[in-house]
Every structure is written in structure tokens, then in C-alpha cells.
Design a binder for this molecule. Structure first.
Ligand code: PLP
Length: 461
């Protein structure tokens, strides 16, 4: 497979990073000042620069600095920033129709997109789609649908989970950080330990543990842990994202499938972050041949335009009657055109295969770094969804505070974001069109930031 950049990537985006002034430059500074005054501070704004343009896996700020992007706008730009197939589809659609009135009439691209999602769904078993506007809305729709179908109202979610910031989805987040100050939340969510083997909740070793965490969910939580017998669904990220890019053992999803069937619950796979080729599979569920009852997708689904959806078994989706759920902008003209183009590009360019190949290369390099630097505790991932967990030392596994490494890397032109319950896991999740050369360049920068940090920590290093 050719691992160079696609020919459409702009010339300025091939030479990355390329810093012309120390960020934030003067133009960025002025915009940031206005933003701080008028825009809600709820957004974190980790990086002090302003977005101007982007191409492939590079982002240019208002002062002309070019950064290498290792996060794809949080797993959104899988087929690359400003992919011309997506851009042209948006332009064409905008000239014809923007708001497509999906609530009150039919629209060709909505039917076409839903057909495509059915064709590529896990096991080709999910045949019906409801389109919304974001991942969180997809989660909300899945909660409602699973309640409507089962007539239950209790759910299982996992420790470390993240499903978005709206009411019920937030009730399924396991961290105070997301929930603080906005309660009360809907009752009836039972939290189970996600198989985070690097920091096993039960201090076990896999595979000798025989997945004790699954027995705990089955017996301790679902049998004796207090559900009222009105179970509706299990919400799971097949590869946990915000929780720290955690790859569960291969038995996890099949065992969840079995547990849901036995207990009459729906299995809901949240693939908002891990889906659409990111992990080297079109859907991460495919890696274990697991067919969920409902699949939630978002982020990359719209190719940069707000879009989310649930794709469900027909027998599940068909319980909804007209008016059971809706959204003014669901199936919107622009989001359908952009999303169709993006998903087709992902499939036609075999970006899943590319993610597997580049991911294998990145993991090999990162494992080598782990051998060299004590503060790299764990390297894990699938495809181009790789987590690098930083620790103070390997023995205690005490989480390392990482803003220093992040800041050093950024000042050298690499944008890396973190995840994890302790915020100490770097995500290596660039646009999948990144070249092997750019990936190596980014890993080199990461290494230099790790080296500098470790040397400052230990005079011996
Ligand atoms: C697994 C998962 N589900 C749902 C969401 C929420 O998506 P959105 O931010 O589009 O509402 C996210 C966002 O990060 C996510 O990672």
C-alpha cells in the first residue's frame, strides 16, 4: 500500500510542521482576545492559536504557522482535512438545497446514505437508520429506542465511558469531571468495570483472570446489584475513547453479546469515536464479529459537518411510530451530501487497511520508545487509534501529569490531545491519509518532548 500523501493535499500542508512565529502569533492573539470576551469559556481551548485552513493532516493558523495534527479534530477528519470529494459534495449540495425538510418530506441522499450504512453495518444486520446532528444525540436516540423496544428503563454503562454532554447521555458518563454541577441525572444507570487491563480494577492479570470483570457485571451488578428487573440496554464503546484509548480483550464484546441475549437487554455499541476505519476496521465491532442491536455513529460520519446517527436492527427500529423521535435538522441536505462523500471515500480508499498498516508501523515505533523511556507506561491501540499512557514510573504506575510534554510538542508544531481517567494518555489518532513520513515526524517530535521531560525529572536519565 502506498503510504505517501494523496495528491490533493496542498503544497503548504506537505512540509509540516512549519512555524513562522512563536504561537500564538499577533493575529491569533487578537482573535483570542475577542473570543475570551464574547464566547463561553465552557470550551477548553487547549491550544492557543486560531484555525485558518487545513489540508490532509496539517492545520494552518491565522499567522501562517502549520501544525501536524495527531487528533483529526477528535477523530472527525478520517479522510483528511479538506478532502476534495467532501468539499465538492458540500459545494454542489449548497447550490441545490441546504435544509432538506427531512421531517416533512423525503430526500434522496438520506435514503441513499441509510442504504449505504445498512450495507456496511456489522454482519449487514442493521438495516434502519435515524439521523440526528451529533454523537450525543445519537446516544440519546439509542437510549430512547432501547427503552421503547424493551419497555425497560435501566442501563449498563462502563467506568471511563463518555457518551456526550446531553442529559441522559451524561447520566452514562462515569466521571465527575463531565457531570459536576449539572445534576440530578436520570437514575437507573449501573456502572460496570471496563476491561482496562493495564490498571485492572480487580488487580488481576489477563488472561488468567478469565475476565472476572464480566462475572462481576453479570452477577454482582445485574443479579444482586440493585436493578429493578426493568433492564433496557448495555452501552459500550468497543474501544474506549475518552477513557484512555483502551483496547479490551477480544472476548469482551462477544461475552457482552451473550450476556445481553441471556438477560433480554439490547447491546448498544457507541462507535462515535472508534468507528469508520479509525481502528483498522470499518466498525470496531467487526474485529470481534459482534453484531450489536444498535450502533451509534457520529464524528467522522459527517466528514466535518455536524451529523450523528443510530443504525439498528429493523425489528428494533420499527417499534418507533411516526413522531416517536425527530429533529429539525435530521437528514439535513448538507450533512447527508458531506457524510455520503466522506464514508464513500473511506471505503473506496480502503482507509481501514491504511489505518492498519500505519498503525502497525506507529505501534512498533512507540514500543521502541517505551523500551527507552521509563515514563511511557503502556502503548496500546488498534489501527490509528493508539494510546500512549504516561506514568511517573513503571512500577507504581502513578499517572504522570502531561501538560509539559504536550506543550513542548505543540511548540515544536505537533498537536496531540490526551484522554484517560487521569488525563495521562496521549492519543495518536491522525487523519488516516497522513503519510508514513509525517507520522514518523510526529513521533520524532513526541520522542523529543518525552526525552526532555524525563531528563528534567531524573538527573540520571
Ligand atoms: C464514544 C463517544 N460517544 C459520544 C460522543 C459525543 O459526541 P458529540 O460530541 O458529537 O456529541 C463522543 C464524543 O467525544 C464519544 O467519544
Amino acid at each position: 500500500m502506498d503510504m505517501s500523501l494523496p495528491e490533493w493535499v496542498e503544497p503548504w500542508a506537505r512540509k509540516v510542521p512549519d512555524l513562522k512565529v512563536a504561537p500564538p502569533g499577533p493575529i491569533s492573539k487578537a482573535i483570542i482576545e475577542k473570543d475570551r470576551k464574547y464566547v463561553s469559556h465552557a470550551y477548553d481551548r487547549l491550544f492557543q492559536f486560531t484555525m485558518k485552513r487545513a489540508s490532509g493532516s496539517a492545520i494552518m493558523d491565522a499567522d501562517g504557522n502549520v501544525y501536524l495534527d495527531f487528533s483529526s479534530g477528535i477523530s472527525v477528519m478520517n479522510a483528511g482535512w479538506s478532502n476534495p470529494r467532501v468539499t465538492k459534495a458540500i459545494q454542489r449540495q449548497a447550490e441545490e438545497l441546504t435544509h432538506s425538510l427531512a421531517n416533512d418530506a423525503y430526500f434522496d441522499k438520506e435514503a441513499e446514505f441509510a442504504e449505504l450504512l445498512a450495507e456496511i453495518s456489522p454482519g449487514r444486520a442493521l438495516e434502519s437508520t435515524f439521523f440526528g446532528n451529533s454523537g450525543a444525540e445519537g446516544v440519546e436516540a439509542a437510549i430512547k429506542l432501547s427503552r421503547y423496544y424493551t419497555k425497560g428503563h435501566e442501563h449498563v454503562a462502563f467506568m471511563g465511558s463518555y457518551h456526550g454532554r446531553v442529559g441522559n447521555a451524561l447520566a452514562m458518563a462515569s466521571r465527575v469531571k463531565y457531570k459536576y454541577g449539572h445534576g440530578p441525572y436520570a437514575p437507573g444507570v449501573f456502572f460496570a468495570p471496563y476491561p482496562y487491563c493495564y490498571r485492572c480494577w480487580f488487580k488481576q492479570e489477563y488472561p488468567a483472570c478469565n475476565m472476572l470483570c464480566m462475572d462481576y457485571l453479570d452477577k454482582a451488578i445485574l443479579e444482586f446489584g440493585g436493578p429493578s428487573g426493568s433492564l433496557a440496554s448495555v452501552f459500550v464503546e468497543p474501544l474506549q475513547g475518552e477513557g484512555g484509548y483502551i483496547v479490551p480483550p477480544k472476548e469482551f464484546m462477544p461475552r457482552l453479546r451473550e450476556l445481553c441475549d441471556r438477560r433480554g437487554m439490547l447491546l448498544v455499541a457507541d462507535e462515535v469515536q472508534c468507528g469508520l476505519a479509525r481502528t483498522g476496521e470499518v466498525w470496531e465491532c467487526n474485529s470481534t464479529s459482534t453484531v450489536p442491536d444498535i450502533l451509534i455513529t457520529g464524528k467522522a460520519l459527517g466528514g466535518g459537518i455536524p451529523l450523528g446517527a443510530i443504525v439498528a436492527k429493523a425489528k428494533v427500529m420499527d417499534v418507533w411510530r411516526p413522531g416517536s423521535h425527530s429533529s429539525t435538522f435530521g437528514g439535513n441536505g448538507i450533512s447527508m451530501a458531506a457524510g455520503l462523500a466522506h464514508v464513500r471515500e473511506i471505503l473506496d480508499q480502503d482507509l481501514a487497511g491504511r489505518a492498519r498498516a500505519l498503525g502497525a508501523h506507529a505501534i512498533k515505533r512507540l514500543e521502541e520508545l517505551k523500551d527507552m523511556y521509563e515514563i511511557i507506561g503502556d502503548v496500546r491501540g488498534r489501527g490509528l487509534m493508539i494510546g500512549v499512557e504516561m506514568v511517573k514510573d513503571r512500577k507504581t504506575k502513578k499517572p504522570l501529569l502531561v501538560p509539559q510534554i504536550q506543550g513542548l510538542a505543540w511548540r515544536k508544531g505537533l498537536m496531540m490531545i490526551t484522554s484517560g481517567m487521569y488525563g495521562n494518555v496521549f492519543r495518536i489518532a491522525p487523519p488516516i491519509v497522513i503519510s508514513e513520513e509525517q507520522l514518523d515526524k510526529g513521533i520524532d517530535i513526541f520522542e523529543s518532548a518525552v526525552k526532555e521531560t524525563e531528563s528534567a525529572m531524573s538527573p540520571k536519565a
